[in-house]
Design a protein around this ligand. Structure first.
Ligand SMILES: [Ca+2]
Length: 408
């Protein structure tokens, strides 16, 4: 009996060794967390660690507290400095979770949204001077006759039993508008200098896709504006003929995650097609490649464009996923409540329903972990709370706002 057990365990060890590195043990690096085959296995990363970084195991387990449920496809959450939490629902409602834990009725005063497909009420940002001006910002898809596009607006929030927005202004509109219900981008991030970054999408349809490489269109771009919608004079294409002056970076597909690192630099994550989700840190005036270069392939299985992954003058992603995780929402976790996560990037995964953790060193990804894999929903946004807890919303018919604290 003992001999046969030993033989069996030896055979198991040999089988594991034949499969490559073992999964990461707590505190150790191990095999990459992605075990599925790539959609485009013939594509090779441009540098070591650009995909399938070593797997990490921080032995983190989440205690989930549902702060609100019954939300209709919530898309973004943001903390007011006064402690309330704002949540967008894609269908067009903005809600306030009060300090008493009660969810408000829909905030009044928002302009109408084009709530079809991926469109609706999307991202949120709070003015750095909210305490004095009460301003909040949001992105949404907006119809214009038979076409539509992404827009950004701001207004003064007045809290109360029936919260409302006053002095609402649309501060930015995407151009050109198109007939599509897909790829609106939609994250908003204030930089430390008070400039506002807006991430966009290229509307998915082929006539939109080609616009990602064009500077006279704001499809497939990161946009940078002043908080009132005016154009910063130091934007990279200001004064260039036939270029939209609000463009910060171009050649993007559909950016639904954006956050600042501790030094204040912008990072984004964008959706790829079948394979090809990307992490980038967009810099002024640079071209991030879509759809001239990309990893992954068309949903049909055909190559995208010429099927090439690099070209002179186009930036490589810092990291890519093939197969995709369908990323949305990100935060640089710098709090102390989860000590083992401090210094990590946390990214929501819609498709795989977890929070993806990346560890960066010298601008490169050196490890990846899938956290909170039992959260039970498509993770649409991830935010570090002022208390150090991790807050997510799940993009579901019965969407939830969940507070995650360490378990045990
Ligand atoms: Ca790219």
């Amino acid at each position: 009996m003992r001999a046969s057990l030993l033989t069996a365990s030896a055979a198991l060890a040999a089988a594991l060794a034949a499969c490559g590195p073992a999964p990461a043990q707590p505190g150790q690096a191990g095999a990459p967390v992605e075990t599925r085959a790539a959609n485009a296995p013939e594509q090779k990363p441009a540098f070591a660690g650009q995909t399938r970084a070593p797997g990490l195991n921080s032995n983190t387990h989440g205690q989930y507290t549902t702060l609100a449920s019954g939300l209709d496809h919530p898309w973004a959450l943001a903390f007011l400095p006064t402690g309330e939490i704002l949540v967008t629902e894609r269908a067009g409602r903005l809600r306030v979770l009060g300090k008493d834990g009660k969810l408000s009725p829909a905030v009044t005063g928002l302009p109408p949204v084009f709530a079809e497909g991926q469109g609706g009420l999307l991202g949120l940002a709070i003015d750095p001077n909210y305490a004095s001006n009460g301003l909040v910002y949001w992105t949404f898809s907006e119809a214009d006759g038979s076409v539509n596009g992404a827009s950004a607006a701001r207004g003064k929030l007045v809290l109360g039993a029936q919260p409302k927005l006053e002095n609402v202004q649309v501060i930015w509109r995407q151009a050109p508008k198109m007939d599509s219900a897909l790829h609106f981008g939609g994250r908003l991030v204030f930089a430390p200098d008070g400039k506002l970054f807006i991430t966009t999408g290229e509307r998915s349809i082929l006539e939109g896709r080609v616009q990602a490489q064009k500077l006279d269109a704001t499809l497939g771009k990161v946009v940078r504006i002043n908080a009132d919608g005016s154009i910063p004079s130091d934007n990279p294409f200001v004064g260039q003929a036939d270029a939209k002056p609000e463009i910060w970076s171009y050649g993007h597909r559909n950016l639904q995650a954006a956050a600042l690192d501790p030094s204040g630099k912008l990072w984004t994550v964008e959706h790829g097609a079948k394979g090809g989700d990307e992490l980038n840190h967009p810099e002024a005036g640079k071209n991030y490649g879509w759809a001239a270069i990309t990893y992954g392939e068309e949903y049909s299985g055909k190559p995208i464009g010429d099927g090439v992954t690099s070209k002179e003058g186009m930036e490589q992603p810092v990291y890519y996923w093939d197969p995709v995780i369908a990323p949305s929402g990100m935060t640089f976790y710098e709090a102390s409540l989860f000590p083992t996560l401090k210094g990590s990037v946390l990214i929501g995964s819609l498709k795989e329903q977890h929070v993806d953790r990346l560890v960066l060193k010298d601008g490169k990804v050196v490890g990846e972990e899938r956290l909170f894999t039992d959260i039970g929903g498509r993770v649409r946004d991830v935010v570090t709370g002022p208390d150090g807890a991790i807050y997510v919303v799940t993009d579901e018919d019965d969407g939830k706002l969940i507070k995650i604290t360490p378990k045990g």
